[in-house]
Design a protein around this ligand. Structure first.
Ligand code: CP
Ligand code: NVA
Length: 305
């Protein structure tokens, strides 16, 4: 049974098929008559809208649920929420603060013998549905994913971790430039080692940018870290993707950002709104890649739901 908790739940061949299916016009209505629950413990613009629309395009019926309606862990346990939603829906997507909540959901369904997949719509550790859209965007633009050299700048957060895993799956060269104290944590580094994946960690943004094909950044303050925003603005300012940094990269280099963006902080306005930006293709591909993922899921596991 496939649960998508992070991008390494998929291998390269499976991702390749998902990206292929993402381009399908007039897709089969694999979700006709099926319900899908999308739980949001924190805000979302892109993930909610792109997932709902992808589900509608496949004939399904998405129901998005905000935390204020269900009070995860207070009104009832995350396990009981998952078991209840599995009574009505063919899949459950969830955006949560603690990644462990997703693991509790998958365990509860597994123990109950329910064949309803849990899809991570962002946790504090991972953002796999974003990275599927990013891989689709990179493939559309560069054609060949394997030869790319990627540099990520800023906080070693959920998006950064899933990006580094994706680079490992594709054997791409990847660097992460972050300030001391904000590097990838040892738990994640241990996981990379177990998987045999490599990453170049540096505190020097210019070293990371030099000659790379893709410059990627995300917010310096993720959802749930708002109290640290002021402190982080100072610490992260040398890691902004600016025109100056972009000039260190390959002349064909492109810039990516999962959005929401803060112009003047993690990225200069001229860069995100300039000719070397892929951000709107990424945003659009959130819907295309999620639809491709769902098509792959139901093609591979016809007995789910
Ligand atoms: N990129 C992304 O996940 O955006 P939202 O937080 O708006 O869903
Ligand atoms: N790292 C950000 C990503 C938002 C899409 C966050 O977790 O808030």
């Amino acid at each position: 049974m496939i649960n998508l908790l992070d991008i390494d739940d998929l291998n390269q061949a499976e991702i390749a098929r998902i990206l292929q299916l993402s381009h399908l016009e007039n897709p089969p209505q694999v979700l006709r008559g099926k319900g899908t629950a999308l739980v949001f413990e924190k805000p979302s613009l892109r993930t909610r809208n792109s997932s709902e629309m992808a589900i509608v395009q496949l004939g399904g019926y998405p129901i998005s649920i905000k935390n204020e309606e269900i009070s995860i862990g207070t009104r009832e346990s995350v396990q009981d929420i998952a078991r209840t939603l599995a009574c009505y829906h063919s899949l459950i997507g969830a955006r949560v603060f603690e990644h462990a909540k997703l693991e509790s959901m998958t365990q509860a369904l597994q123990e109950s013998g329910l064949k309803v997949p849990i899809i991570n719509l962002l946790s504090d550790q991972a953002h796999p549905s974003q990275i599927l859209a990013d891989l689709l965007t990179l493939q559309d633009h560069f054609s060949n994913l394997e030869d790319l050299e990627i540099a990520y700048f800023g906080d070693s957060n959920n998006v950064c971790k899933s990006l580094v895993l994706a680079a490992g799956i594709y054997n791409m060269k990847v660097s992460v430039a972050s300030p001391p104290g904000y590097e990838l944590d040892t738990h994640f580094m241990d996981k990379l080692e177990r998987l045999g994946f490599e990453v170049n960690l540096t505190s020097d943004p210019v070293e990371a940018a030099r000659g790379c094909d893709v410059l990627y950044t995300d917010v310096w303050t993720s959802m749930g870290q708002e109290d640290e925003a002021q402190k982080r603005e100072k610490i992260f300012s040398p890691y902004q993707i600016s025109n100056k940094l972009l000039n260190e990269a390959s002349p064909q280099a492109m810039v990516m950002h999962c959005l929401p963006a803060h112009r003047g902080q993690e990225i200069q306005a001229e860069v995100i709104d300039g000719p070397q930006s892929l951000v709107w293709q990424q945003a659009k591909n959130r819907m295309n890649s999620f639809r491709g993922f769902l098509l792959w899921l139901f093609e591979t596991y016809p007995d789910i739901g």
